[in-house]
Design a protein around this ligand. Structure first.
Ligand code: SAM
Ligand code: SF4
Ligand code: F3S
Length: 442
């Protein structure tokens, strides 16, 4: 009898990639994916530890599962991801409903852990750092995501130790996957129908394997005929090297949106955060890329109210947002994380932080809507991802990653089509397919 597994994913794109690879892995021992957790035999929570309350969220979710399964056979409950790594044994002690705890570097052991548990009913915790073995194992199992736009993890972990961040502790040291293994995975994804590859890493532009860097990888993936678009995320300004900047001159497929988190507009705060880059460095990258292609836009992550942030530092962040004209960005109030250098620093008052966050978000939203307004009555290229939920329209992404909804049909899925933009809101462009140009569909 096939068993059904349901995975709920929190956190970053790397967790999404991992969840898909877990589905590919557990298939080998007879588990099939289900989208409704109520009929699952196995409930896996892929967790994120980046901000406060991450742990509580997990116990809350488990409480919900417990309730649903009160009168049915209990599913196998697995906690994976960064909270699993950070909390390990403690989770099994605190919540006996949990059966297995598996950290992000141990997914190659998940089948053995499940089988072992099913046979011996033993609670198991696997949280060793072993990225090499994990990726070696994954490379033997095909990535069957097959989405129009697919994630491909090329690098994992972080050696930078920004003072606010748990990633170096939950994902371990930087590790770059072998070049050829990545190319093979990209080719396979293309054979399965992917048209866009999003290269992933906690520090994706720190990718380094022998002489190969992210720039070589992009140019090699560019040779795969049916891959039409390439993106990468998340980058660190310090690793935005000249060869990577130059790829924007030579690549035809690299998209013109650079997600380059800056965190703060104040050099003082960047230093306190241990970011290892200055605002001047950031402008250098910005200006160089804009010179290569003025259509390139920037998006970023911001941490608001980092301990020590004065009004003046905060105003520098606002003015940076104005100067760079960031779009599609994320902003969060600083959240102290256990075990990090900034864990015990004095916090800025909550009402000040909320006010600052609101100001930053309003500025970012304003940029986004102004940017979208420019597209009204313009014809833009859209990579079509799927039908909308009600099946009446199609949706896809612009070159700058903005969602576009238009009157296409399922024939258009996986193609790049011209769409004339008629309306817009902050997050989405709405348009009509340009029929007489559709012969040019890629
Ligand atoms: N490696 C990327 C970089 O260097 O910018 C960031 C990866 S991190 C998974 C994603 C984002 O989470 C960060 O850019 C930061 O803005 C946010 N973040 C990390 N730790 C945080 C904390 N303690 N409080 C609030 N936001 C945090
Ligand atoms: Fe976290 Fe990114 Fe800093 Fe690494 S470089 S510690 S992932 S914010
Ligand atoms: Fe969260 Fe871990 Fe990603 S802490 S952001 S899931 S690397």
């Amino acid at each position: 009898m096939t068993q059904k597994i349901f995975i709920k994913t929190f956190g970053c794109q790397m967790n999404e990639y991992d969840s898909n690879r877990i589905y590919d892995t557990v298939k080998k021992i007879g588990f099939e994916k289900t989208d409704t957790y109520e009929n699952a035999n196995c409930y896996l929570l892929n967790t994120c530890h980046i901000r406060d309350k991450a742990k509580e969220k997990v116990y809350h979710e488990i409480g919900r599962v417990k309730k649903t399964f009160r009168s049915k056979q209990k599913p196998l409950v697995i906690i994976a991801g960064c909270v699993a790594q950070a909390e390990n044994q403690e989770m099994l002690r605190r919540e006996p409903y949990i059966d297995l705890v598996v950290g992000p570097q141990s997914y190659h052991k998940i089948n053995d852990a499940i089988l072992n548990h099913l046979q011996k009913k033993k609670k198991i915790e696997e949280t060793e750092f072993d990225a090499i073995t994990k990726f070696e194992y994954f490379s033997k199992i095909k990535n069957n995501a097959g989405n129009v736009s697919s994630f491909l993890t090329i690098q994992e972990g972080c050696d930078k130790f920004c003072h606010f961040c748990v990633v170096p502790y939950t994902r371990g040291p930087e590790y770059s996957r072998p070049f050829q293994e990545i190319i093979d995975e990209a080719k396979y994804l293309s054979e399965k129908g992917s048209k866009e590859i999003i290269l992933l890493g906690q520090n994706v532009n720190a990718y380094s394997e022998g002489k190969n860097r992210l720039s070589n990888l992009i140019m090699e993936i560019e040779k795969i005929k049916d891959i039409k678009r390439i993106r990468y995320t998340t980058s660190h300004p310090k690793d935005m090297t000249e060869d990577l900047i130059d790829v924007y001159k030579s690549s035809q497929k690299l998209m013109p949106l650079v997600h380059l988190p800056v965190q703060s507009g104040s050099d003082k705060i960047l230093k306190l955060m241990n970011r290892k880059h200055t605002i001047k460095d950031y402008f250098y990258i910005f200006e160089k890329l804009k010179k290569i292609n003025s259509n390139i836009e920037f998006s970023s992550d911001f941490i608001i109210s980092y301990p020590g942030e004065l009004e003046e530092d905060f105003n520098n962040t606002l003015s940076l947002i104005e100067k760079i004209n960031f779009i599609n960005s994320y902003s969060f109030i600083f959240s102290p994380r256990p075990g990090t250098v900034a864990a015990d620093l004095d916090l800025i008052e909550k009402n000040i932080s909320v006010e600052r966050l609101e100001k930053v978000q309003n500025k970012l939203y304003e940029n986004q809507i102004n940017r979208n307004r420019l597209f009204k009555n313009q014809i833009i290229d859209v990579l079509v991802e799927n039908l909308t939920d009600d099946k009446t329209h199609t949706f896809g992404k612009s070159e700058h990653m903005t969602s576009v909804i238009f009157n296409g049909n399922k024939e258009h899925i996986g193609k790049i089509v011209p769409v004339k933009i008629k309306e817009f809101n902050r997050t989405t462009l709405f348009g009509e397919l340009v029929k007489d140009l559709s012969k040019k569909v890629a």
